[in-house]
Design a protein around this ligand. Structure first.
Ligand code: ADP
Ligand code: MG
Length: 245
């Protein structure tokens, strides 16, 4: 048995406009790679944002390892978000900072590393994602695929326990998708814990230890990718897979 990362208990999110994005979701997420799939609007981003406490629930709890409920008053979110990193569809790089400064910023502000320490770590991860030659350029001089590899490197600089990815390749031109998926595959091979929302089904199949299928604010199926792709139990899972594969 792998160790538990997250325990989600009865999580519900009803937005002010009345939309129920999460409907009483309970799930345990283990170490390793978990991939979340499902139709648009099914609540994938909402649950991911909830795990990082970027969204607060209408009701329910999230426990990380042996912490208290992350939504409890007084819970140290700054420290927590260092352990639970996030990579977004649209990169979220600072346009007015060079690549190196983008990577150094949170290391210096949150982890209190000196500029020299931060730079050494940034250079290490820039080398790992194959972009050391870009360290002094600004984000607008990079391709989408390069921006996303920089965003991943920036997350790695914080020594996270787990990285959450919300459709990391959805904003990319097709020829750039693979370079980002390859970086993520390398991380998986090195044992990084990851929770990934994606529509890249071949990648999901290859990389996931656990696959979660969402529909209409609920988890409708959860199993190994083998089982879900070959032997889905829920008719709505089958219908979804038929549409996307
Ligand atoms: P997915 O990532 O699976 O496409 P989301 O989690 O983004 O789905 O959204 C789930 C549902 O919640 C959708 O109906 C969406 O329109 C709605 N929703 C998401 N964010 C908000 C918000 N800030 N305010 C109102 N409704 C929202
Ligand atoms: Mg989404």
């Amino acid at each position: 048995m792998k160790d538990k990362l997250f325990t989600v208990n009865n999580l519900t999110k009803k937005f002010k406009n009345g939309v129920v994005a999460l409907d009483d979701v309970s799930v345990e997420i283990n170490q390793g790679v978990t991939v979340i799939i499902g139709p648009s609007g099914s609540g994938k981003s909402t649950i991911l944002r909830m795990l990082n406490a970027m969204e607060t629930p209408s009701s329910g709890e999230v426990f990380y390892k042996d912490t208290t409920n992350i939504f409890e008053k007084g819970f140290k979110l700054n420290l927590y978000r260092q352990k639970v990193g996030m990579v977004f569809q649209n990169f979220h790089l600072f346009p007015h900072l060079t690549v190196l400064k983008n990577l150094n910023l949170a290391q210096m502000n949150v982890l209190k590393r000196s500029e020299a320490e931060a730079t050494e770590i940034s250079i290490n991860y820039l080398t790992k994602v194959g972009l050391i030659d870009k360290k002094d350029v600004y984000p607008n001089q990079l391709s989408g695929g390069q921006k996303q590899r920089i965003a991943i490197a920036r997350s790695l600089c914080m020594n996270p326990d787990v990285i959450l990815f919300d459709e990391p390749t959805s904003a990319l031109d097709p020829e750039m998708i693979l370079e980002v998926l390859n970086v993520m595959q390398d991380l998986a091979n090195q044992g990084m814990n990851m929770i990934i929302v994606t529509h890249e089904m071949n990648f999901a199949r290859r990389v996931a230890d656990d696959l979660i299928v969402m529909d209409k604010g609920k988890i409708i199926e959860r199993n190994t990718p083998e089982e879900i792709f070959n032997n889905a139990k829920n008719p709505r899972t089958k219908e979804f897979l038929e549409r996307v594969i």
